[in-house]
Design a protein around this ligand. Sequence first.
Ligand code: IVH
Length: 777
Amino acid sequence: MPETPVDKISEADAAEELVRLADELAAHDLRYHGEDAPTISDADYDALKIRAFALEARFPHLTPENSPSLRVGAQRSEKFAPVEHGAPMLSLDNAFADEEAVEFDTRVRRFLRLSADETVSYTAEPKIDGLSCSIRYERGVLVQAATRGDGRVGEDVTANVRTIGDIPKRLSGEGWPEVIEIRGEIYLSHEGFLALNAAATEAGQKTYANPRNAAAGSLRQIDSKITAQRPLAFFAYAWGAMSAPFARSQWDALQALKTWGFATTPQSRRVENADGLLTAYAAMEAVRPKLAYDIDGVVYKVDRLDWQHRLGFVTRTPRWAIARKFPAQQARTVLEAIDIQVGRTGAVTPVARLHPVTVGGVVVVNATLHNADEIARKDIRVGDTVILQRAGDVIPQIVSVVLDERPAEAEPFAFPTHCPCPLHTPLERETTAAGAATVVRRCSGEFACPFQRLAHLRHFVSRRAFDIEGLGEKQLTLFTEQGWLASPADIFRLHEHREAMLQLDRFGETSVGNLLESIETRRNIALDRFIYGLGVRHVGETTSLALARHFETVERFVETAKAAAEQMAGPVYAELSNLEGLGPTAVSAVLEFARSGQTILAPQDISFESHLRLAIPKLNSRARAALVVRFSDWATFETAAKQGAAETPGDAFIEVASVDAVGVVAARMIAEFFGEDHNRVLVDSLLAELSVIPAERPKSDTAVAGKTIVFTGALEKMTRDEAKAQAEALGAKVSGSVSKKTDLVVAGPGAGSKLKTATDLGIDVITEDEWLALAGG
Ligand code: IVH
């Protein structure tokens, strides 16, 4: 129903609508702040709020008690102890257009009685899209950290905030007041967000909608060990209560925060007058797509703190600052087709092909549809007008369908039953080892499927695998079409097509030369990269490195993997050995029992659990519980145990599966991969082109083997990554934070809180030079 314009609405209707809006907004606030799971977009939320404020402006006496205009933020949850802020944490008024930014400057001048030709300086800072946090320091030491909460009272998240590397436990530099609340934004980078969601997907857990929700969810964990594993970061941009002033302008304050050990936003600038505000906004819009994290606007702040003081606050927002928001990252467009994309491992994902539309400055033509279930759930049909959103600036998604505009002939989407590749393999829903259907559908064509082949080649040349520069999707497709590329080994024979390549459009001497050169340098490849490059399912970087370290040479690895293929563990064996609650001892006890052929004459009415206890006394109660849950009765269990025993793998398989970080599931994938003729041919022909550098086993006879080391401060002779690799090669573990478990701290110039903690805990601290001597000697 279209809403009645504000100037036409009756008082009674307005009263009713205001109450409804206030309740609705409160519910959204709770979902957003309290549960980190909003159900509407920011733009829709803003629209509701704007409508409410407009109605209140016309009928101020109708303002409901729970109106958002009388409140900041949301109610607190009961999870964390309440903390009263020393000074309230307020929010900012929003501006959505140039004119509103100009009006802001006019208001400031009017309030301060400044003439139009007087210069007013402002800071223009990116508005970081995370969650604000107030961190209290007393005598330079972090004593408490709190979320914003309702602005007056927040939640005590001290333990969690202490795990964030960007936040000093102790202030460095000088000039800080004895007591000060430092304020800023906790956020997750795009990379951190994607990694977190990828891990959640892998573990079958729910994913976060955007980096901001992920940051909020990560911070509000009961167990700070979980927070510690999340790559949270922090930018400082303000302060609350303090025992003494420390700066005269916002700009100087930002510089001071930096010298005290905080990260401040590098894109912040100081500008003058209304013109400066507009230029700064345009500049921020331009850098936005290049940033590693989300920003949702620009915050303008009057630079002079004495002026800020004079300007003061209106009920809930300062007069001296305003947030100029970027336009909503949503757009409407028409879904023209749904294509099926085939990934490296044959997993099939639907992709929406859209009528091109600009969403927040970027032209979007594709959007992910995740899987068949999601299309069905949202009932997305070809021809539909859809609402598109660039979720957290990362991947465009379809939020919903505009049903009113659905064409009469639009039909529910029928997910293809066969792979669109020329092989036309049937697409089946994948099942887990336990037989449950998953959302994944897969093409079984492997290398014979041209789509998988391309995806495979892309993985092979990717940065963490063979890292071949200049060989992107375009080139791979083109060379495949030319018939030069069918398998990874062909990449190393591309030089044979040098002349023909030079005839192709847009391939000059230089680009061809560079490409062939970068291929040549990769003929020498580390074993772990080689293994990762094969793109075996479930064999990621960590598993590849563990395999490389275990087998040391490619010959040993390939030989064992091929042997493992002959003696692979069957699915029932795999399931038993992966059953949660069933440790290795319990698994062997079950298999031993099954092999013994023993039958236990048990009384008729004995429970399954007691039967297990009688038959396999070695099982503990946890193992019995796991088996009861999985098999529900003795007969089913006995059949499975016998089947599992019959499927027991041979030594080669067991060797692969027992490598640290591999396990039976990945081992089965490796064995299956090497069990296929075409994969063996692929590997052998690749090896004919390469020289694979053996991996070094982590040393156990060095001074630092088995120790936990923390690097802090600036390193002058090597990069952090180098130092880490060096320490790991010597058998040490490298950690990002100092704790009782740390054995050694290597501190360079500028080392701050970590060094202090180390000294406090009595941990050995050495310089970079001393480390190099230790590592080299
Ligand atoms: S200043 C009294 N500066 O935006 C004003 N806020 O809508 C104190 N934010 O709650 C805030 N970047 O969570 C300020 N550079 C920045 C900011 C920023 C992001 C957030 C913060 C605040 C919200 C206001």
